[in-house]
Write a protein that binds this ligand. Structure first.
Ligand SMILES: NC(=O)c1ccc[n+]([C@@H]2O[C@H](COP(=O)([O-])OP(=O)(O)OC[C@H]3O[C@@H](n4cnc5c(N)ncnc54)[C@H](O)[C@@H]3O)[C@@H](O)[C@H]2O)c1
Length: 290
């Protein structure tokens, strides 16, 4: 029975995961590198819960109860009584491996570890732990409180008890599971990211401006967001990491990351989370940058 959930990484995804777990009645412990990031995350969660209250989706008492279920620390020792720890840190295999190595001595033997990775091999990450049978991919979508889907990905060693426990938790969180095999970027990002990368190539080759490309795909393909707007929303560093995993993992040149995407990441223009990507977010409305 999963009653206490740990979340590592208090960025946009970790905050969202903590939010939905707390609203569903679970105790949540949230960890990040810095106390500043944790304070920002808690303030962000409170703001998002307020939005749900103002829309009538949640009562003010339920919001207060959810906030009271969340505790934070920069020390991994807070995970010593967690039934499940969900890793939602930066999309880098090196970073995730280091976190997992440092995490396992702090866990009780029955604890399950899930990773929210968008693309990295579950089997390989599982091998960095002492419990590959109790390791699974639990891939939430952004923004977590709004998006219905959770992709579930078993590594080669994931046991059935772990899979069933995480499937049941997905339902408890009010989400719908889609099951994917452990191949680079799973289902959603295997399909979505090449489209985003192609949109960046379309911009790079001068086929259209940022505005033309996003308008074309919104009105022409009926997408709720244009691909460049979506890239900014996901984070351009995350987009690039996923393309690199596809390119290297599937060894097919069709997944080559667009050089313009690489340049934006090198410039630190990572999208909405830093205030600039394909759009500039410093003003009242986002302004296309090219
Ligand atoms: N952004 C999306 O749309 C999206 C969707 C689904 C899954 N994901 C995945 O979720 C994960 C997080 O993405 P995000 O968008 O929240 O990124 P983010 O940049 O908003 O947050 C990452 C957080 O991880 C923290 N972190 C880095 N190293 C750490 C460490 N050693 N210990 C503890 N915390 C550490 C950072 O301080 C940061 O707060 C990635 O694996 C990403 O692929 C992202």
């Amino acid at each position: 029975m999963i009653e206490k959930v740990g979340v590592i990484g208090a960025g946009q995804m970790g905050s969202g995961i903590a939010h939905v777990c707390a609203v569903s009645g679970l105790q949540v412990v949230l960890s990040d590198l810095s106390a500043d990031q944790l304070a920002k995350a808690v303030a962000g969660i409170a703001k998002n819960l307020d939005r749900q209250v103002s829309k009538g989706k949640l009562s003010a008492e339920d919001k207060d109860a959810a906030m009271a279920r969340i505790t934070t620390s920069t020390d991994l020792a807070i995970f010593n009584d967690s039934d499940l720890v969900i890793e939602a840190a930066t999309e880098s295999e090196e970073v995730k491996r280091q976190i997992l190595k440092a995490l396992v001595p702090n866990l009780k033997p029955s604890a399950i570890i899930a990773t929210n990775t968008s693309s990295i091999s579950i089997t390989r990450l599982a091998a960095a732990t002492d419990r590959p049978a109790q390791f699974i991919g639990m891939h939430f979508m952004n923004p977590v409180p709004v998006m219905q889907l959770v992709e579930l990905i078993r590594g080669i060693a994931t046991d059935d008890d772990t899979f069933q426990a995480i499937k049941a938790l997905t339902v408890k969180l009010g989400k719908t599971a889609a099951i994917a095999e452990d191949f680079p970027a799973f289902i959603v990002n295997r399909i979505l990211l090449p489209m985003i990368n192609e949109a960046v190539y379309t911009l790079y080759e001068g086929v259209g401006s940022v505005e033309a490309i996003d308008t074309a795909m919104k009105l022409g393909a009926n997408h709720p967001m244009g691909p460049l707007e979506l890239a900014d929303f996901i984070g351009l560093d995350t987009c690039l990491s996923i393309m690199q995993v596809l390119y290297e993992g599937l060894a097919d040149s069709k997944y080559r990351p667009c050089p313009l995407l690489v340049k934006y990441v090198e410039a630190g223009w990572l999208g909405r989370k830093v205030g600039r990507g394909f759009y500039d977010y410093s003003g009242p409305t986002p302004r296309p940058t090219r």
